[in-house]
Design a protein around this ligand. Sequence first.
Ligand SMILES: *[C@@H]1O[C@H](CO)[C@@H](O)[C@H](O)[C@H]1NC(C)=O
Ligand SMILES: *[C@@H]1O[C@H](CO)[C@@H](O)[C@H](O)[C@H]1NC(C)=O
Ligand SMILES: *[C@@H]1O[C@H](CO)[C@@H](O)[C@H](O)[C@H]1NC(C)=O
Ligand SMILES: *[C@@H]1O[C@H](CO)[C@@H](O)[C@H](O)[C@H]1NC(C)=O
Ligand SMILES: *[C@@H]1O[C@H](CO)[C@@H](O)[C@H](O)[C@H]1NC(C)=O
Ligand SMILES: *[C@@H]1O[C@H](CO)[C@@H](O)[C@H](O)[C@H]1NC(C)=O
Ligand SMILES: *[C@@H]1O[C@H](CO)[C@@H](O)[C@H](O)[C@H]1NC(C)=O
Ligand SMILES: *[C@@H]1O[C@H](CO)[C@@H](O)[C@H](O)[C@H]1NC(C)=O
Ligand SMILES: *[C@@H]1O[C@H](CO)[C@@H](O)[C@H](O)[C@H]1NC(C)=O
Ligand SMILES: *[C@@H]1O[C@H](CO)[C@@H](O)[C@H](O)[C@H]1NC(C)=O
Ligand SMILES: *[C@@H]1O[C@H](CO)[C@@H](O)[C@H](O)[C@H]1NC(C)=O
Ligand SMILES: *[C@@H]1O[C@H](CO)[C@@H](O)[C@H](O)[C@H]1NC(C)=O
Length: 499
Amino acid sequence: MAALIRCAALVILVGLAEGLGVNWGTMATRRLPPKTMARLLRDNGFSKVKIFDADESTMSGLAGTGIEAMIAVPNDLLAAVSDFDGARKWVRANVTKYAFRGGVNIKFVAVGNEPFLKAYNGTYDNVTVPALKNIQRALNEAGHGASVKATVPVNADVYDSPPDNPVPSAGAFRADIAGVMADMVAFLNHSGAPFSVNIYPFLSLYGNDDFPLDYAFFDPGNGTGPAPNPVVDAANGINYTNVFDANFDTLVSALKRIGFGDLPVVIGEVGWPTDGDKHATVPYAERFYAGLLKRIASGRGTPLRPKARIEVYLFGLMDEDAKSVAPGNFERHWGIFTFDGRPKFPLDLGLHGGTPAMPKPARGVHYLPRRWCVLNTNSTNVSNETALADNVGYACSRADCTALGFGCSCGTLDAAGNASYAFNVYYQAQGQVDSACDFQGLAVVTHEDASRGACNFTVQVAGESLGTTAVNATSAAPPVAAWEWVAGVLAALLLLVSD
Ligand SMILES: *[C@@H]1O[C@H](CO)[C@@H](O)[C@H](O)[C@H]1NC(C)=O
Ligand SMILES: *[C@@H]1O[C@H](CO)[C@@H](O)[C@H](O)[C@H]1NC(C)=O
Ligand SMILES: *[C@@H]1O[C@H](CO)[C@@H](O)[C@H](O)[C@H]1NC(C)=O
Ligand SMILES: *[C@@H]1O[C@H](CO)[C@@H](O)[C@H](O)[C@H]1NC(C)=O
Ligand SMILES: *[C@@H]1O[C@H](CO)[C@@H](O)[C@H](O)[C@H]1NC(C)=O
Ligand SMILES: *[C@@H]1O[C@H](CO)[C@@H](O)[C@H](O)[C@H]1NC(C)=O
Ligand SMILES: *[C@@H]1O[C@H](CO)[C@@H](O)[C@H](O)[C@H]1NC(C)=O
Ligand SMILES: *[C@@H]1O[C@H](CO)[C@@H](O)[C@H](O)[C@H]1NC(C)=O
Ligand SMILES: *[C@@H]1O[C@H](CO)[C@@H](O)[C@H](O)[C@H]1NC(C)=O
Ligand SMILES: *[C@@H]1O[C@H](CO)[C@@H](O)[C@H](O)[C@H]1NC(C)=O
Ligand SMILES: *[C@@H]1O[C@H](CO)[C@@H](O)[C@H](O)[C@H]1NC(C)=O
Ligand SMILES: *[C@@H]1O[C@H](CO)[C@@H](O)[C@H](O)[C@H]1NC(C)=O
């Protein structure tokens, strides 16, 4: 009997460890209802989800689903919760509140989101670790400590290898935050929480035409071509054929260097976007996910941790048309689902015996009426180029025009097509109100689908609206990328490849 119970417990533990996670961001002009989203997660077998706040509406969607949640303290609240009293209030309002049968199965609290990003100039360096410690202390005090762990999802730019020895085994934490990281890592080890890091091979390629394409993926040679030359880490003779492994092992080396070589690591974000850049395409995304998910399913880790199964939260669930495009136009196209919950490409989410299959779409999605807003070619103002440019600019600063870029899905439209596209995304984002399809008489509503080929003129969902203040093309969403670091590894790889 005891053996049976142990066995059952083991099965449960393994089951949990094997579940795939996904990031559910909500920076969209219009959103599907939280319950629809939670059902989408369950229908596709996700057992873990990571969100970027503890928003009541998102939490209400997760309540009762049993899905393990990583909820978050946003960066702008770090200072407030770096004080114990602030941390207690946060925990009471956002963790204790959902700790009941049928509530939310909270497993982690993400304290900040990439707070040590170089682009933040150290703004959060002094408050993040005190916030981490006080949130965990508040969790412990409220009796959640055994099941809920606080961690800090960091960007991969917190570690690197020296330029004169750019190999994973030489990895170390960035000099300017070495003290902060040592403090943080010791605390995570002490509290039994994992290190959480975001790793993006796509960013190694983005804007770097010399980066060897194959290194961004997990299938050297893509199964058809010859495998690329490996990058040899002379210190240990390990050959690297992809940047994910090299990046992860750089972190493992950095942890080892400060005495925590065995600290568990979870990948808080990993994925590939499908529009907004020449490398952000469905075929590349499909190739990346096929390799990643196969690797995860195999249970194999990276060369420095061959037996540690890779734990991930994919990034992300849906396209988010209100994210900041500061990192690049691809930012709004990370979803494995479109804005309205349609799958983009086949994925092995573990439901079909190792074969990739089209994920299940969101059910019961309600759309606005089949109406589009397009350029009114009869307008007396249509020949006024200033007026046209001004109005297109207005629409694109308040709605998502990233598909119009060079090499993107709507990149081959003419000027009139561009104008129609811009007017339509604005009109849809505004919930198709009549006043949103005027543009000084330059626009007119049509009932004919204005889509052209691969360029989809969408009809928005009849969901919740994000509200006008957040519909801002340059709102303060944090950038996702570790630009300098990625460029560093790129340079390192190139050096080695050209040897
Ligand atoms: C609960 O969390 C949300 C999101 O992080 C935050 O806006 C809110 O202020 C928190 N409540 C308290 C009392 O800290
Ligand atoms: C960081 O510093 C740079 C250069 O001084 C500046 O352009 C940028 O706005 C700063 N960012 C933040 C978040 O303070
Ligand atoms: C963090 O603390 C250090 C040392 O006390 C100080 O020099 C620095 O200005 C602080 N940084 C911020 C952003 O407050
Ligand atoms: C990490 O935590 C484990 C378990 O609590 C402990 O045995 C170990 O000594 C810690 N490692 C360090 C370097 O403090
Ligand atoms: C795989 O490689 C072949 C031959 O090099 C190429 O034609 C094909 O586009 C590649 N597929 C992907 C998804 O990159
Ligand atoms: C690593 O690659 C080098 C050069 O391509 C090769 O000579 C060596 O045998 C490889 N080592 C391993 C362990 O595969
Ligand atoms: C422009 O006017 C013509 C003739 O009145 C009409 O047939 C056409 O539908 C109008 N075009 C648009 C875009 O309204
Ligand atoms: C063209 O449009 C601009 C901006 O709306 C306006 O200021 C200008 O007067 C217009 N020019 C003509 C010739 O109508
Ligand atoms: C369409 O819009 C894109 C993005 O704003 C721009 O790069 C492109 O030049 C435009 N095409 C034409 C023909 O105006
Ligand atoms: C044309 O644009 C002007 C402003 O430049 C505006 O006053 C006028 O109403 C517009 N014409 C139409 C038919 O909307
Ligand atoms: C375009 O989007 C609509 C939803 O607005 C969807 O029904 C349709 O299938 C999409 N078309 C393509 C080619 O993706
Ligand atoms: C966009 O942000 C800017 C700067 O924060 C602000 O001035 C502007 O009013 C915002 N626009 C909208 C539509 O929210």
